[in-house]
Ligand binder design. Sequence first.
Ligand code: ADP
Ligand code: MG
Length: 255
Amino acid sequence: RTTPPPELAVRDVTVRFAGLTALDAVSFTVAPGSVHAVIGPNGAGKSTCFNVLSGLCRPASGTVRLGGTDLTRLAPHRIARLGVARTFQNIVTTEGTVADNLMLGRHALTRAGFAASALHLPRAVREQRAHRERAREIAELCGLGDLFDTPVAVLSYGDRKRVEFARALCLEPRVLLLDEPVAGMNGAERVRTAEVVRDVRERLGLSVVLVEHDMGLVMRLADEVTVLDFGRAIAHGTPEEVRRDPEVLRAYLGT
Ligand code: ADP
Ligand code: MG
């Protein structure tokens, strides 16, 4: 059996901020349909890595490819349209209903545009209806089905984080980038979110790249892990492999 080509391939990516090398020739690949975790101590370069993948930060050198497409110097909205969606660590929605937020996620996919639909042009109305149905399906997949018409402001923190997650899914991504999806959640919410991520990956067949501090979650969810330390990828492997890697232990324990 030949291994399928990687869904996402990061090759020799270097990012410098005035004097500081935030990423130093970092390479890793994400297999189709897999969950890939990027872990490492504070300041290791995890957020910078996500910013490169989503087009918010241009590397000094190196490439990012999605399947056969070079994403390296594309604008964030182009990268999103090509199938890489992300959530942010600290942005949690407070406006509108769950449905409103998910429809915003569909916006980028809407051909006729919201202006046409506001004018009630028949095709636009049909398109809007289809988008709303799909948004409802995605809400259900994320455990938000019963909350579809609920104002986001009255939801629990964990549910609001999942609205962000569902909104990213509304772009129908091939690759979903999750920046600390369970940060700030309680134990029950973490378990629930892990279930949803696993479910979504399976049902939608997408790949997930995850930055996460909760090692329990990384161990349960990730197929593969890349460990960053001072901007370098110091280890790759299964969660079990990297946990036993002496260099990883050194990076975390500082010995
Ligand atoms: P992590 O997410 O792993 O904690 P970051 O990617 O945020 O790490 O940061 C990596 C390094 O780059 C840190 O030393 C950080 O201070 C630095 N850094 C990140 N963004 C910038 C920036 N916009 N300007 C200057 N330095 C930055
Ligand atoms: Mg960070």
